[in-house]
Write a protein that binds this ligand. Structure first.
Ligand SMILES: Cc1ncc(COP(=O)(O)O)c(C=O)c1O
Length: 425
């Protein structure tokens, strides 16, 4: 992790935009117009490059595994232990030349770690969610989903053959119950498959879903076994649950989840995802999930890095980082509680769920607040609509095992200067 003494250049540097020439075609003009409109609404997205010395309160590298010497050594050992002419590239789709005993045995190892009957690797969490949601619901089935599920789940639902996709209020079992009782037809409730799509730890709000309460609702309202949970554990993987196995395992609900998606690009310092499911579902996905079939499978270096991460998890090597992360989370939570107790909530408030390393700093000036932090070498991001609903813009703070108490003190100090002590917006 980067140290305070090393802070130098301030804010993220926007990548260079090519000089603007007059548009050649109508399409170019349309595209530019759309971008200008976004800029006018302050919602134009830009690629940025972070100064290497900045303090990371933004990335999803929750365990700071991607800079861990142990991870690096193990990963390089795996790479070096391959025979000299072992191909680095997978060579094709998993269904053609992209499969290997290495990939299959990795799937079994991960499934065992997560107490699942089987698993299927995808190239990313985005692909996994699209693959699962686009093909598992059958024509006429219903998807009932948390209103804040990730864009990848939304894309999957958009592509799916489900008859209807119904949202329920975020993390609210009563709302789920209302939708299941009152918005499903008799036929849907009795004879169709009803998929319930949630995340376990939400990436923007940072709250942990009440999975057990959801299961209780389903048991009451749909007791005949036609409800199927699909839970995305992207942000919980490595962070929550026994040895970072996730919230489902923390609660002992493995058998109640039809599909679990764990991604490797966040706390696991790698790339890709696994869909944990029964062998029938795995075979079905191999046959119908287009985001698996029509893409080149993960190559050996990524498989080796995923293997490295799971070895560290299952050997308990990441537990100290997990504990440090939770200790820092409690520390930041306490410091922010103190700060908010003396600030007008219209100017600054904090949404935080105990145990979650993600904090949402709510303020009418998220961009300016983020910029104030960035000027001090602290990387945080203002999250604006449409990534979050209008009116729910915030500065997202993500803690990492590699952050220090001093870094947290610096962050809180900068926030205090901007919003505390009678500061004017
Ligand atoms: C909840 C959730 N699911 C899925 C994804 C996509 O995962 P990946 O980055 O591996 O494509 C993300 C990424 O931000 C996410 O937050």
């Amino acid at each position: 992790m980067k140290h305070l003494a090393a802070i130098s250049p301030p804010s993220p540097i926007a990548s260079e935009t090519p000089p603007t020439k007059p548009p050649h075609t109508n399409l170019q003009a349309t595209l530019r117009n759309a971008l200008q409109n976004r800029a006018l609404r302050s919602s134009r997205r830009r690629l940025t490059v972070l100064p290497p010395t900045s303090i990371d309160f933004s990335s999803n590298d929750f365990l700071s595994l991607s800079t861990s010497p142990l991870y690096r050594t193990r990963f390089l050992n795996h790479l070096n232990s391959a025979p000299p002419r072992h191909p680095f590239a997978s060579g094709g789709s998993r269904l053609l030349d992209g499969n290997s005993p290495y990939a299959e045995s990795l799937e079994s190892q991960i499934a065992t770690f997560h107490h699942a009957p089987s698993g299927l690797l995808f190239n990313s969490g985005f692909d996994a969610n699209i693959g699962v949601l686009a093909c598992l619901p059958q024509p006429g089935d219903v998807i009932v989903h948390d209103e804040l599920v990730h864009a990848s789940a939304r894309e999957g639902m958009r592509l799916s053959r489900a008859g209807r996709c119904l949202p329920f209020a975020h993390s609210d079992p009563k709302s789920l119950e209302r939708v299941l009782r009152h918005d499903l037809s008799e036929r849907e409730r009795g004879a169709r498959n009803v998929f319930i799509v949630v995340e376990s730890l939400y990436s923007m709000d940072g709250d942990i879903a009440p999975l057990r309460a959801f299961v209780d609702v389903v048991d009451r309202v749909l007791p005949h076994g036609n409800a199927y949970f699909i839970v995305d554990e992207a942000h919980a993987t490595g962070v929550l649950g026994p040895r970072g196995a996730g919230v489902v395992q923390e609660l002992g609900l493995e058998e109640r989840m039809f599909v679990r998606v764990h991604t490797f690009g966040k706390a696991l310092a790698s790339h890709g995802a696994i869909v944990l499911c029964c062998p029938d579902t795995r075979e079905y996905l191999i046959n119908y999930a287009r985001s698996l079939i029509y893409t080149t499978a993960l190559g050996f270096p990524f498989l080796a890095s995923i293997k490295t991460a799971y070895e560290l998890l299952s050997e308990g090597e990441t537990e100290p980082a997990q504990h440090t992360l939770h200790r820092l989370t409690r520390y930041l939570s306490k410091r922010l509680d103190k700060l908010t107790s003396s600030v007008d909530p219209a100017i600054f408030s904090v949404d935080h769920f105990p145990g979650s390393p993600i904090f949402a700093l709510r303020s009418p000036i998220p961009r300016r607040l983020a910029e104030a932090c960035q000027r001090e070498g602290i990387v945080v991001r203002a999250i604006m609509a449409p990534t979050v609903p209008v009116g729910k813009e915030r500065v997202r703070v993500c803690l990492h095992a590699g952050n220090t108490v001093e870094e947290i003190d610096l962050l809180v100090g900068v926030i205090w200067k901007r919003v505390g002590g009678g500061a004017r917006l």
